[in-house]
Design a binder for this molecule. Structure first.
Ligand code: NAP
Length: 269
């Protein structure tokens, strides 16, 4: 099997990367950064997002796995202490794959700029440098509301525990093929009115945002951010593509949610 490793770049993660790479090569696996079948991220969820970004064009052939060198993550379940065990699993056991939905984002322009197509693992957020964004929000081709506020966040189920959660969005189990739209500080008064609640859209219910005033935006896709001008529309829907996670043991989503947000951290002795 061909593998690639993406490290967070700190000393600890780099040391784990070097050790793991050598172990896997000793087990006759091939290190191939161009065309890996297994992408291993070493760091945190942020590192996993970067590993996904680097290999998002290989979703058909590559599956992903995360080792955390800090705290338990939503995409990273193996600890450094389990490295030897993990290497043996990779080398000897056929892996089980679990698929999660992705968000397809399409940005179109008023001028001759090329349409941007992207697949986000966590979310996209649309904001502006100054003032508010004003959008005609269409759902399934019909006007839903005129949104005015700091911005909008459209997330995947696995991204629902990230920025979406901080915005008061609900946590969605990744077995549900859906996207969630949450407001970032909407303006609600006698003139402007928005729904105010997060919206959860099923597969094939496309959400289209059409700028009504400014058409320059700061658009974030997971951990990357870029400015775009002359935007004519931003379309979001559940992607046809899915990310594949390698599983050698169960990694229940609700246990991760509990352990990350609810479980008490025992004080150190
Ligand atoms: P960062 O600002 O350095 O870290 C963001 C935090 O979000 C990290 O603690 C990261 O975990 C965690 N995280 C990432 N994906 C997650 C997920 N699916 N569920 C739960 N937590 C998650 O940025 P970054 O590391 O480059 O990550 C980019 C992400 O930050 C964005 O996709 C966005 O979701 C999130 N973000 C959150 C807020 C907020 O909560 N107010 C604001 C902006 C952006 P690790 O420590 O394990 O890396």
């Amino acid at each position: 099997m061909k593998f690639a490793i993406v490290s967070r770049g700190d000393e600890r993660s780099n040391a784990v990367e070097a050790k793991m790479k050598q172990y896997l090569i000793d087990f006759d696996l091939t290190h191939d950064v161009e065309d890996p079948e297994l992408v291993i991220s070493i760091g945190g969820d942020g590192t996993f997002l970067e590993a996904y970004r680097r290999y998002a064009h290989k979703l058909d052939t590559a599956a992903f796995l995360g080792v955390h060198t800090g705290h338990l993550g939503f995409y990273t379940d193996w600890t450094v202490d389990e490295l030897e065990k993990l290497v043996i699993e990779i080398a000897k056991t056929p892996f089980h794959v679990v698929e999660y939905p992705l968000l397809e984002v399409t940005i179109r322009f008023n001028d001759d700029q090329k349409t941007v197509h992207a697949l986000a693992l966590n979310e996209t957020t649309i904001k502006t440098v100054e003032g508010s964004v004003v959008f005609d929000v269409q759902i399934r081709g019909e006007h839903f509301e005129t949104f005015r506020g700091d911005g909008l966040c459209i997330s995947t189920p696995s991204g629902s525990t990230a920025y979406n959660k901080a915005l008061g969005g609900g946590i969605i189990h990744p077995s549900l093929e859906a996207i969630q739209m949450t407001e970032i500080a909407s303006i609600n008064n006698r003139v402007f009115r928005t729904i105010g609640s997060p919206l959860i859209l099923p597969k094939h219910h496309t959400c289209l945002l059409k700028p009504l005033q400014k058409n320059s935006f700061i658009i974030a896709l997971d951990h990357t951010t870029k400015s775009y001008s002359n935007v004519s529309s931003i379309q979001c829907r559940v992607a046809k593509e899915r990310i594949r996670f390698v599983r050698y043991r169960p990694f229940p989503f609700w246990s991760r949610v509990r352990d990350s947000f609810v479980a008490e951290v025992k004080p150190q002795d």
